[in-house]
Structures are given as structure tokens and as C-alpha cells.
Ligand binder design. Structure first.
Ligand code: NAD
Length: 401
């Protein structure tokens, strides 16, 4: 039975990889570098937007991170209303609350200002505004957003999810404590601003979690079966930068050059995974987020070495190549040796940045449910190097307790 299922999944992956190569995912126009946020009002003036909804969360608004931008917008006579009720692992209710403000204030453009939570919520506020007859749940899955969004400007303040350049928005359905994705080329932001000055205030633990999230995107896109030269190139760039800079930025968050590098790495990883997809690390992490609210990057960081160990033999040469790209060895060494070293490097990064090896929240009684949901998302949704069945997934989850 499992052999037959595996065959069917692989057929689906083959079809997906062909279909994905035909989809022309837009790439946002990019502003980057320290202070680049100050160019945004000028860019907005060139579009049809005149009254913006700035979507963010309370943590960000409490430190006034958008202060300069709000001042610049008002100096350029662009109207702006702030909606800062986005929660981590944002919910459908957050989207609906933001939509209400968007409509009440007669906005015609959106600034997504924050981490993945704010950016994903902003994407779906835009999708709802442009498609009023489609509730968020109806847009769940692939390519169900019909009408184009109002102008959407993404300003990531973590590095990160890459949401500023992806076709996904991940949202939580609190009724069933489950996360799901809306995926559509229509929700890719038109503009992205990578300003490292907006990331200096990130505390070390969030720098670590979000950096490991970006690393996971790059690795899962690279070892999966839907990669292309474009996605491989961007995944390699991301791994190289994150290996070189993340631990140093964790130790000294004020280094603007390295913050800039990490913002670019996260963007590159986003470009890669939005075309080549992710894998079981994400499938499990989404469920740890949905069930227990575990921060997405933290969940990915913890699960990553376990899944790589599970898949290692089936993606040995790719892990070896990433090890070389990441400066861990040279191509003359055996793939086996290099791939082990690559996984060891991730373990040591986690340890050095205080990321645990277990997930305290997991309840033994939830394991069958988590495994079922993760595999429903991953099989055949993600073109993983090694397929996993229920018993294997449950065994892996038990290692996490
Ligand atoms: P987040 O957006 O939830 O932010 C985490 C915390 O960091 C928040 O408390 C926030 O206030 C704070 N914060 C953000 N920027 C800050 C700054 N510069 N200074 C100080 N504090 C700051 O975290 P995240 O990891 O960026 O996003 C996670 C969400 O993104 C999850 O819901 C995940 O599923 C989703 N995600 C989406 C995609 C996609 O392609 N759309 C990809 C990966 C993850």
C-alpha cells in the first residue's frame, strides 16, 4: 500500500514540478539598504494609492518602528491609518478586523510593515478587499484569489519569512487550531523594502528564530524535487550568507552590514521556496504553530536537523553541495562526510543561539493528530527528497518530546 502511495505522490511531484516551472511568479520591485524606507513615500506617489492602511503588530507599534515612515507619508500628503492588531501566527479574525478598518477608512493601498505575521495578514486584507465575495477559508489552497490586490508595499522587519516576495500567506484557523496557506501569484507584493535599520531592534532570540526560518526555506527548496537553476542559485546565496552572518548578528544586532546581508538572504530564500516549495520541516512546524502557538521560526529551527537526518541519504549530494557553498569543506571530500557535517553545523548554530532540541509544548496524546495533519499537508503537497508515512512521522515527533 505504502509503495503504491509513494508512486502516486512521486507522480504528483513530477506534475507539480512541470506546472511550477510554467507559473510566472512576479518579483517585487526592490528598495534596499540602510534608510531605504525613506524612499517609499515617493514610490507610493507613483502608484494609484493615496490612502494607505499600514498593517503591523503591537510589538512593532509600541517601539515606534514605523515613526519615520508615518512622518514621511504625512509630509508627502499621503493618508495613512495604522492597523496594529495582528497577532503572531495571525488568525482569520485579524484579517477581518483589518479589512473593516481598510473599508471604513476608504483605503486604496496597503503597507505590510513587520514580520511574516503582519505581512501575511496584510496580503489577505488586500485579497479580501479585492475579492469581497470570497472569505479567507474559500481562498485557502492554490490560486483561488481572482482579482488583483490594491497596491501592496511590503516592509519586512524580520529576516525572515521572505513573505515580501512569496505568493503565500499563512493564517491560523482558531476553530480547529490549524494553520493553512493561501497561495496565489496575485498576493505577491508589488514592492519590497529591505532596510536593515528596521531590524536593529530585533531581540537576539527573534533574530535567531527568523534567521533559521530563512535557512530552512533555502534548504527545503534546494533538497526538494522541484528546484530549478534559479531557485538553486538563490538558495545557495541564502545558505552562504546565513552560515557566515547569523550567529554574529545574534551576538551583535547593531551590525548594519550583516543585518543587510541577512535581509537579502531571507529575500533570496523566499524567491527560492516560493517556486520550489518547502518540505516536512514546514509541515510539522505549521502544526506546532497552529496547535500550541510555537513561533514559526523556532519550530522550524528545532525540527530541521531531525528531518535532515531522516532524509539525508536521499539528498546526500545536495547537502554536500550546500556544505561546500557554506564553507564547511571542499568538493574532494565525500558527500557522506559533507552531508553529516552540514547537519552538524545546523545543530551547532541552534545550540550557540540557545535554540532547544525539543519542543516543550508537544503532548504525547497529540502526536497521531500532528503527524496526520503534517502528512496531509506534505503528501503530496511538498516534493520532499524522502517520503514519510504516519508511523515514521510519529516516531520523529516522539524524538522531539
Ligand atoms: P512575527 O511576524 O510573528 O514577529 C515575531 C515578533 O517579532 C513579534 O512580536 C513582532 O512584534 C516582533 N518584531 C518584528 N520585527 C521587529 C523588529 N524589527 N524589532 C522588534 N521586534 C520585532 O514573526 P515572523 O517569524 O517574521 O513571521 C512568522 C509568521 O510568518 C508565521 O505565521 C509564519 O507561518 C509566516 N510565514 C509566512 C511565509 C510566507 O511566505 N508568507 C513564510 C514563512 C513564514
Amino acid at each position: 500500500m505504502w509503495t503504491l502511495k509513494k508512486l502516486l505522490y512521486r507522480c504528483a511531484h513530477f506534475a507539480m514540478s512541470i506546472a511550477f516551472k510554467r507559473i510566472n511568479v512576479p518579483i517585487p520591485e526592490l528598495l534596499s539598504g540602510p534608510g531605504s524606507i525613506r524612499q517609499l513615500p515617493g514610490i507610493i506617489q507613483e502608484t494609484a494609492a493615496t490612502k494607505l492602511l499600514l498593517v503591523t503588530d503591537k510589538g512593532i507599534s509600541s517601539i515606534g518602528l514605523a515613526g519615520d515612515l508615518l512622518e514621511d507619508l504625512s509630509n508627502t500628503n499621503l493618508g495613512c491609518t495604522v492597523f496594529d492588531d495582528v497577532q503572531p501566527n495571525p488568525s482569520i479574525a485579524n484579517v477581518e478586523a483589518g479589512l473593516k478598518v481598510y473599508l471604513d477608512e476608504q483605503c486604496d493601498g496597503i503597507i505590510a510593515f513587520g514580520g511574516g505575521s503582519a505581512m501575511d495578514c496584510a496580503k489577505l486584507i488586500g485579497a479580501r478587499a479585492a475579492n469581497p465575495d470570497k472569505p479567507v477559508l474559500v481562498m485557502s489552497g492554490g490560486f483561488k484569489v481572482k482579482n488583483a490586490l490594491p497596491p501592496l508595499f511590503a516592509v519586512p522587519t524580520t529576516a525572515g519569512t521572505g513573505s515580501e516576495c512569496t505568493l503565500a500567506a499563512v493564517i491560523t484557523n482558531p476553530d480547529v487550531r490549524e494553520k493553512f496557506a493561501v497561495a496565489s501569484d496575485k498576493i505577491v507584493p508589488a514592492y519590497a523594502v529591505l532596510d536593515p535599520q528596521l531590524m536593529v531592534s530585533l531581540p537576539p532570540h527573534i533574530t535567531a528564530h527568523t534567521g533559521m526560518d530563512a535557512l530552512t526555506h533555502a534548504i527545503e527548496a534546494y533538497v526538494g524535487k522541484a528546484g530549478t537553476p534559479f531557485t538553486d542559485e538563490h538558495a545557495e546565496k541564502a545558505v552562504k550568507i546565513i552560515f557566515a552572518d547569523l550567529e554574529q548578528v545574534f551576538a551583535d544586532g547593531s551590525d548594519l552590514e550583516k543585518r543587510s546581508n541577512l535581509a537579502y538572504a531571507s529575500y533570496c530564500a523566499g524567491l527560492a521556496f516560493t517556486r520550489a516549495l518547502v518540505g516536512y520541516v514546514h509541515a510539522i512546524a505549521h502544526n506546532l504553530g497552529g496547535l500550541y502557538g510555537v513561533p514559526h521560526g523556532l519550530a522550524n529551527a528545532i525540527v530541521l536537523p531531525y528531518i535532515l537526518e531522516f532524509s539525508r541519504e536521499d539528498c546526500e549530494s545536495k547537502l554536500a553541495r550546500l556544505a561546500v557553498v557554506g564553507g564547511l569543506g571542499d568538493p574532494q571530500e565525500s558527500d557522506r562526510e559533507l552531508s553529516h557535517r552540514f547537519i552538524e553545523k545546523i545543530r551547532s548554530m541552534n545550540e550557540n543561539m540557545g535554540i532547544p532540541t525539543r519542543v516543550a509544548e508537544i503532548q504525547t496524546s497529540d502526536i497521531p493528530l500532528i503527524a496526520r495533519r503534517a502528512l496531509a499537508e506534505g503528501n503530496p503537497g511538498y516534493p520532499v527528497p524522502r517520503l514519510m508515512h504516519q508511523d515514521q512521522c510519529e516516531a520523529l515527533l516522539r524524538q522531539l518530546i
